[in-house]
Design a protein around this ligand. Sequence first.
Ligand code: EPZ
Length: 421
Amino acid sequence: MDQIVINDSSHLKGQVKIEGSKNAVLPILAATILASNDQSVITNVPLLSDFYIMKSVLESLNLKTQLNESKNEIVVDATGELTHEAPFELVTKMRASIVVMGPLVARTGYAKISLPGGCAIGERPIDLHLKGLEKLGVKIEDHGDFIEAFAKNGLIGNNINLDFPSVGATQNILMAATLADGITVISNAAKEPEIIDLINFLNKMGAKIIGKGTSTLTITGVSSLLGVTHNVVQDRIEAGTFMVAGAIGNNDIKILDAIKEHNEPLIDVLIKMGASVSFEEDGIRVKGNYELKSINVETEPYPGFPTDMQSQVTVLQALSDGQSQMKENVFENRFMHMQELNKMGVNFRQEGNTIKINGSTHLKGAEVDATDLRAAASLIIAGLNASGKTVVNNLKYLDRGYFKFHKKLSDLGANIQRISK
Ligand code: EPZ
């Protein structure tokens, strides 16, 4: 079991390169299932454990892949005869595998998917995915620990209104609708940049999707799609995580090629707290402040403040000059990191989906356990600003969403090591 060991790192300075987006590459890999002609070449892929799991899911469906790790490039060939079952042992490792269901049933007429377990941050139901696919004419059979999806006679376009702008449900329904007969309109669709990247890829493949970036997507079905080349958009959450690290003390970090529009609510919070943010031609530079101001934040679907940045910002709130509130509106249980931060001296009170965090915390090093991938990042950021040694366990969570995170921080001057225990 690896551990990350951090000692007081008073000053981070320099620039950091950000990987391709985990939450974009996963649905884009699923979308390669739709390409019955020509292979797809996906570049700027992040070499994360979730990426490798999705690669294995595709291979279990008889897609052929060739990965060139040194070029961060994967070639995917879905032109052969595909099989129909995403195996239990893979789907339970990564619930995002559920997004292969839409493309697979649209391409082949049948899909059998194990039910993804919930996870630490919530129940993670898939009712919106299933309701949307049923509206497209898919027959769903729920067998408890797996789902069968049938569409022997193909899918029929329809109007679908999502009760909640679910990212995964939008992706699953959108991909299925590209091969449906007729027009599909998805209302209250998710608008995250990763959805836009998926739509860009699908339209290059020959899909006909309009409305990207809005909550209404209109898809005119086509008979088949082609494999194409696509460069994955930068990971806005990894970029945001380094912006948070840069906002503390006298840190000064430039996040190379960061996209301002992808992180506006976060940047607004950092500026209001007293960090200085400058937009340079090769990236976004964040300089820290020793007197961060308290601020109340609540998470919302995009373009609101992202839930995936929530735990990182709670560390800033703990360091700020007064009490702050964090309200989590997207997931029902995403405050587990607070118990671990409490071991480092953070005092908070939880009332339902809101926590009140006391400021002026003197963080002290401790041994802590990550509870999800963004929690892992927040504990490491806290350790960088604590007196004494911090040890972070459960790095399997970190490795899902951050590539060589400790190395990037040590290149910025952090006193951080990753050791095998
Ligand atoms: C995606 O998860 C991301 N994962 C998450 O990132 C991110 O936090 C989330 O979107 C919200 O932005 C990937 O893209 C792989 P949702 P997803 O469907 O698609 C409820 C990270 O840290 N819901 O938008 O699972 C659900 O329970 C990860 O990188 C239903 O009720 O998110 C949750 O409360 C964590 N029924 C809310 O919607 C459904 O059918 C948001 O879920 C689907 C979702």
